[in-house]
Design a protein around this ligand. Structure first.
Ligand code: GAP
Length: 517
């Protein structure tokens, strides 16, 4: 059994109706994607699992659906107008545009890959007795590579924090970083580029009518803090959860749905008493990691990356990174955002955003711990982990290879496929349609009578259907069917009346939710 490479994953997504390039018939709009019939079901299931885990399992977390358009002052207060920038640099020869920080990170990755190569070679040389940690800590060459990468990343972090674009440029030149496209080292200066998309509100022309497409959903939560707290009479600590679109004019948008210009976020802001935020931050880190692990992702594919350099508003921050086919990358962020956002909105709007604490009889601006995950990245993580090729016995018992999407059953777009053994026998198709009509009340089902049964199984495997129910001639006599399990390939004969119960055990969202308790 092996996970398939990234290129195969992208073409599988298209071929089987999960994700298409946006406006494909016009050659496609870059960094925008459309979710196809199975993709939209999977995405909705991911959202539902997140939503229920937040709002159903925590009686102190409530939902919100704020509008995408907000008063432009929101983005002034949040710092996005002045500081939501990426440093961009152009290569003079290829005319290609890059993010300066990504060029430096790419350099560091290459240097670290050299260190890994050395370690691999040594592991082969020393065999069983090899101690990797000791080798990394003592081998001069490996230590040299590590230091080189660390120093580049440290200097980059300092330049980004202080907004020193000249220092970033100098670093790129000093490290002799070349354009990945042309190999040229002729660079323009590094400039700041604001990532927010803007548009015009109504008929007002010019700057007066300028509004932004939200670059994060979080601000819709902050500006509604008092509304929600008062209307639901929540006491601290409590949270507000939201799922919605966000827009960023990414300079370099690539790696399929990993980095897009229009994407979806699932964010939860947890409001706490000042001084308790680090405890809550640790709790949410643990809770979010648990959520990911319930989906059956191997633990070694997930890790925390604690931030050393913190944004000006945070006093702790970490990413949950997932091992995508192109390496470990950020999947979710957990941030202790202090009282920065509420205080900034309070100051600019002149409206109080405080909480009256009945226990201490004082009012204060709560601190906030945020969990923020990209829905599209989660979709990509689920697909990357699920798509596998394996060797299984075919109908004659011979080895054959199959492509299967082992999506966690509660997230699968279709839960059950109902298949009459033969297409041109009306008694079989009628019976199968009867079974289908019963099951579709409980689950998203598919009826399929085209092609040989083996090919129909393969089609269902490719879209990740956990169960196939086959209706054969015996079914006409005994009212029983054969239920095939996608993962084990086990085939169980059972009365039609028991199928729904059997399937439910594995495909219900509750089976995932209970693992979180
Ligand atoms: N409110 C905090 C916030 O927006 P972020 O780290 O900028 O934090 C949170 O974004 C999550 O949103 C990321 O971990 C990632 O999963 C997702 N995300 C961010 N930019 C994205 C993009 N261009 N395309 C797809 N997902 C993105």
């Amino acid at each position: 059994m092996a996970n398939l490479d990234f290129k195969t994953l992208v073409s599988h997504c298209k071929e089987y109706g999960f994700v298409y390039q946006s406006s494909e018939i016009y050659d496609g709009l870059s960094a925008a994607y459309d979710y196809g019939p199975y993709g939209v079901e999977l995405k909705n299931n991911i959202k539902r699992y997140w939503w229920e885990a937040m709002t159903r399992l925590n009686s102190n977390i409530v939902g919100l659906d704020a509008s995408i358009f907000m008063d432009p002052q929101v983005w002034k207060a949040s710092g996005h107008v002045d500081a939501f920038n990426d440093p961009l640099i152009d290569n003079k020869q290829s005319k290609k545009r890059y993010r300066a920080d990504q060029l430096i990170e790419g350099y560091a990755e290459k240097v670290l890959a050299k260190a890994d190569k050395e370690v691999k070679k040594a592991a082969k040389r020393f065999g069983e007795s090899f101690d990797e940690a000791q080798y990394r800590a003592t081998n001069g060459r490996v230590m040299g590579y590590q230091e080189k990468a660390d120093s580049a990343l440290k200097r980059m972090g300092e330049a980004l924090t202080s907004g020193d674009m000249q220092a970033l440029y100098d670093l790129i030149v000093e490290l002799e970083i070349a354009c990945p496209d042309s190999g040229s080292r002729e660079w323009t200066e590094v400039r700041q580029f604001n990532l927010m998309f803007s548009t015009q509100l109504g008929a007002v022309a010019g700057d007066a009518g300028k509004i932004y497409l939200r670059p994060e959903t979080a601000q819709g939560i902050f500006v509604n803090f008092s509304n929600v707290q008062k209307s639901t009479r929540q006491k601290l600590p409590f949270g507000i959860a939201q799922i919605g679109k966000a827009f960023r004019n990414e300079i370099v948008a690539r790696q399929f749905i990993f980095r897009m210009r229009e994407f979806e976020q699932m964010e939860m802001q947890f409001f706490v008493k000042p001084g308790t935020e680090i405890d809550w931050y640790e709790k949410w880190k643990e809770a979010r990691m648990k959520w990911h692990l319930t989906l059956g992702h191997p633990a070694e594919k997930l890790k925390f990356h604690d931030h050393d350099a913190l944004a000006h508003y945070a006093n702790a921050a970490a990413d949950i990174e997932f091992e995508f086919p192109f390496g470990f990358r950020e999947l979710e962020g957990i941030h202790s955002r202090t009282d920065f956002d509420l205080t900034a909105h309070q100051e600019l709007s002149g409206k109080k955003l405080q909480y009256f604490d009945p226990e201490t009889n004082e009012s204060y601006v709560p601190y906030v711990v945020e969990t923020s995950i990209g829905c599209d990245r989660m979709f990509l993580a689920v697909m990357a982990n699920a798509l596998q090729e394996e060797t299984v016995p075919d109908a004659d018992g011979k080895d054959s290879s199959r492509t299967v999407l082992k999506i966690p059953a509660p997230l699968a777009p279709v839960k059950v496929a109902v298949l009459p053994l033969l297409k041109n026998r009306e008694e079989l198709t009628n019976k199968a349609k009867e079974v289908f009509d019963k099951l579709k009340l409980h689950f998203p089902c598919q009826y399929d009578e085209k092609d040989a049964i083996g090919r129909r199984y393969r089609r269902q495997d490719a879209i990740g259907t956990p169960y196939c129910v086959t209706v054969d001639f015996e079914s006409l006599e005994d009212d029983a069917v054969t239920v095939r399990d996608r993962d084990t390939l086990e085939q169980i004969r059972m009365p039609i009346t028991e199928v729904a119960m059997h399937v439910k055990g594995k495909v219900s969202l509750e089976s995932l939710l209970e693992k979180l308790l």
